[in-house]
Design a protein around this ligand. Structure first.
Ligand SMILES: Cc1cc2nc3c(=O)[nH]c(=O)nc-3n(C[C@H](O)[C@H](O)[C@H](O)COP(=O)(O)O)c2cc1C
Length: 324
C-alpha cells in the first residue's frame, strides 16, 4: 500500500481514502455538504446547476456551510469540494463554469471525456488546487498524463454511469506501470473492505458513486433509490443506446421506458431515439447505477454511510493484519 503523504495536500487528512463521485441528476449541494462534513471529498457535476449563475450560488453556499461547520467542529476532518467538468465541444458552458470554479478556488477539478487543457490546469495550480481526470483505459490515461493532470481516476468495469469494461485488477496494474502519481479507483466499490482492496491493488483512493444514490441527501427519486436496494449485479445493463457513450443503467428503469432489452445492443452503434416515443429521459427516468448495487441494502443519511464504510474498512484492516 502507498503512503498517503505522497498525495497532494488537498487529498491528505481525509477520514477515509474516499472521493465521492459526481453524479448527474443525483449530486446536489445537500449531498456534497453531507459528504464533506462526513470527512470524505464531496463532488458534483457543474452541469447539475441549470445555469452558471446557479453554480456560482451553490459554491458560495457550500463553502459557507462547510466553513461554519468546520469552526463549530474544529477537531473533525472536513473533506474538500470537487466539481466535475465535461470536456467536450457539446458542453457550451465549459468556459463559464470553469471560470466560476476558478474564482471560488475549488480545490479539486474532476475532468471527464477529453483530457483537460493545460491552461486550465495551470489556473487551478495557481491557487493550490488539483485536476483529476477520469479514464477507462491506458490510451486515455497517457493523454491525461501528457496534459499534466495531478491524478487519474480509473473507471473500471461495473461502475455506474459511463463506465469502462476493464477489470480493476488489469486496469490498475497496467496504468501503474506508466504512472506513479495519485490514482483513485472506481467501479462497484460500495463497502469499506472494497476501499481497502482498492488501496491494496495500488490505488491511493476509492471513488464511489452508486453507494451514495441510496442516501437520504441524494436528489434521486424514491423509486430510483428503492430500485438500487432491490437490484442485484445482473440487473445492471451496459449499453451505449441511452447517451451515445457506453454506460451502466438499472434494468428496471430501461424496462419501464419500454426498451426491448433482448435486442437493446443490436443494430448500429450509439444512441437510439427512445425518448420521443416513450417520454423517458436519460438519467432522469433511465437510471444510472453500477454493479455495486448488490452491496446496498438501506437508504441511510450520508453520515451513517460513511460511519459504516469506516467500520468496514477498519474491520477489513484488522482481518488483513490477522491473516498476515
Ligand atoms: C447516476 C450517475 C450519474 C453520473 N454522472 C456523472 C457525471 O455527470 N460526470 C461524471 O464524470 N461521472 C458521472 N458518473 C460516474 C461517477 O462519477 C463514477 O465514475 C461512478 O459512479 C463510479 O462507480 P460506482 O457507481 O460503481 O461507484 C455518474 C454515475 C452515476 C451512477
Amino acid at each position: 500500500m502507498r503512503e498517503q503523504t505522497t498525495l497532494p495536500s488537498v487529498l491528505q487528512g481525509l477520514r477515509l481514502p474516499v472521493i465521492a463521485a459526481p453524479m448527474f441528476t443525483v449530486s446536489y449541494p445537500e449531498l456534497v455538504i453531507a459528504q464533506c462534513q462526513a470527512g470524505i471529498a464531496g463532488a458534483f457535476p457543474a452541469l447539475n446547476a441549470r445555469r452558471p449563475e446557479l453554480l456560482d450560488q451553490w459554491l458560495t453556499q457550500i463553502k459557507q456551510t462547510l466553513s461554519e461547520y468546520q469552526s463549530q467542529h474544529p477537531d473533525k476532518p472536513v473533506g474538500p469540494i470537487a466539481v466535475n467538468q465535461i470536456i467536450h465541444h457539446s458542453n457550451q458552458r465549459l468556459e463559464e463554469d470553469v471560470e466560476i470554479c476558478l474564482r471560488h478556488e475549488v480545490p479539486i477539478f474532476i475532468t471527464s471525456l477529453r483530457a483537460p487543457m493545460p491552461e486550465m490546469i495551470q489556473a487551478v495550480h495557481a491557487y493550490g488546487g488539483i485536476v483529476l481526470h477520469d479514464v477507462i483505459n491506458l490510451r486515455h490515461a497517457l493523454k491525461a498524463i501528457e496534459a499534466g493532470v495531478d491524478g487519474l481516476i480509473l473507471v473500471a468495469a461495473g461502475a455506474g454511469g459511463h463506465a469502462g469494461t476493464l477489470s480493476p485488477f488489469a486496469l490498475i496494474k497496467e496504468i501503474r506501470a506508466h504512472y506513479d502519481g495519485p490514482i483513485a479507483l472506481a467501479g462497484a466499490i460500495s463497502t469499506g473492505e472494497a476501499v481497502l482492496a482498492a488501496q491494496i491493488l495500488g490505488a491511493d483512493l476509492a471513488y464511489m458513486g452508486t453507494r451514495f444514490i441510496a442516501s437520504t441527501e441524494a436528489q434521486a427519486s424514491a423509486d430510483y433509490k428503492q430500485s438500487i436496494l432491490q437490484a442485484g449485479a445482473s440487473d445492471i445493463i451496459y449499453t451505449d443506446k441511452i447517451s451515445g457513450v457506453h454506460g451502466n443503467y438499472l434494468r428496471q428503469s430501461l424496462e419501464r421506458a419500454g426498451l426491448d432489452l433482448e435486442n437493446l445492443n443490436q443494430g448500429p452503434k450509439g444512441k437510439i431515439e427512445y425518448s420521443k416515443e416513450q417520454g423517458a429521459k436519460a438519467w432522469k427516468d433511465i437510471w444510472g447505477a453500477g454493479q455495486g448495487v448488490a452491496a446496498i441494502h438501506h437508504i441511510l443519511p450520508t453520515a451513517e454511510i460513511v460511519n459504516q464504510l469506516e467500520a468496514e474498512y477498519r474491520a477489513a484492516l484488522d482481518a488483513v493484519r490477522r491473516f498476515a
